[in-house]
Design a protein around this ligand. Structure first.
Ligand SMILES: *Cc1c(COP(=O)(O)O)cnc(C)c1O
Length: 337
């Protein structure tokens, strides 16, 4: 999709819950050279995992108070978000005697992180300050990239396009997963996908262009018949309208099956979708129909047949949140090295 443009990998939040070290090493083998994390600590850990060669690691929190030495020690690149962060970076660079590699984040309308457009203009007009910094990247972030019809996308693009020439030496990056799909004018020099690297559709719904990356399975612990009128699970749960054969699965909300997904969500068992009836901490009850289900067989709770964006929608959330909640206790198996 982004041919000719660098694809940086966003591996914050422990690689969207999947293991930042494993994910980043694999993506580096696939050709990724730039990585984004949120916290300084994540950057430190990633530097240890990737070693010294061939990886630019950007820290989205930027130049947090007192971070200079640690950033420099692990050769992490701060994404400067505020005027005080820029000042701190300039002061640190003055003390160290070398220009500090950094990125500038410009807020073009998301109102979350980044320098105001006027602040960026003021920085660009102060060459003395800029000389202390080695600004390799100027970036911004889209607030509505998952919705191509939202006029905010075009408005943010216009603002970014106006600011970008103020830093002619720097490369430019604008698009997250959704933005990458909005069109070539959104891609600049580098795109920064996160969720779509992990199987999430760019428009927050399943997308055939995006492969399934993660699979979560749990074993069937028991199968039982429950009579009409019976309650299923904890009180205020479900009262069955008709006799129902159910399967009990050994995974629950501890494992990332968000409780709110009951009733709307589904699992895949014995070759068909099975409605989630109840989700508790360690156990999930699904409809089993007349399928020849065996105790001990595996049910899919997320994967090629239980789509990430479907589960997110059933739970009233986004794929990002489903991913970062994936089971801390599940055995994790990384395929393909
Ligand atoms: C999280 C994040 C991304 C990746 O977003 P996705 O929606 O997961 O593709 C890109 N850029 C910034 C600044 C982010 O915070």
């Amino acid at each position: 999709m982004a041919a000719g443009v660098e694809v940086a990998a966003v591996v914050k939040s422990d690689g969207y819950g999947l293991g930042a070290a494993e994910v980043a090493r694999r993506l580096r083998r696939e050709g990724a050279r730039s990585f984004f994390v949120a916290r300084l600590e994540e950057g430190d850990a990633l530097r240890t995992a990737l070693g010294d060669q061939g990886a630019d690691i950007y820290v989205l929190d930027g130049m947090v108070v007192g971070a200079g030495r640690r950033l420099a020690a692990a050769r992490l690149i701060p994404v400067l978000n505020t005027v005080p962060q820029v000042e701190a970076a300039v002061a640190f660079a003055a003390g160290s005697g070398a220009p500090l590699p950094c990125a500038l984040h410009i807020d073009t309308g998301m109102n979350r992180q980044g320098l105001a457009v006027e602040e960026a203009c003021a920085i660009a007009a102060a060459p003395g300050r800029l000389a202390r910094l080695d600004v390799g990247l100027v970036m911004s972030h889209l607030g509505s990239a998952h919705d191509p019809s939202d006029p905010r996308n075009g408005e943010q693009l216009a603002r970014f396009s106006a600011v970008r020439p103020l830093f002619p030496e720097a490369r430019a990056s604008f698009a997250n997963s959704g933005g990458t799909f909005l069109g070539p004018e959104y891609r600049f020099d580098m795109v920064r996908p996160g969720v779509s690297l992990y199987g999430g559709g760019p428009e927050e719904r399943p997308d055939p262009a995006i492969a399934t990356v993660v699979r979560l399975e749990a074993s069937v612990l028991d199968i039982r018949r429950v009579a009409a009128g019976e309650h299923l699970g904890y009180g205020s749960g479900l009262v069955l309208q008709s006799p129902t054969r159910v399967a009990l699965l050994g995974a629950g909300y501890t494992d990332g099956i968000i409780r709110a997904a009951r009733q709307q969500g589904y699992a895949w068992l014995a070759g068909a979708r099975r409605r989630l009836l109840a989700v508790t901490m360690d156990l999930t009850i699904v409809e089993a129909g007349d399928a020849p289900v065996q105790v001990g067989e595996m049910a899919e709770l997320l994967g090629p047949n239980v789509l990430l964006d479907d589960l997110a929608q059933a739970a009233g959330t986004v794929a990002h949140e489903v991913l970062v909640r994936l089971s801390p206790r599940a055995e994790r198996i990384y395929l393909g090295g």
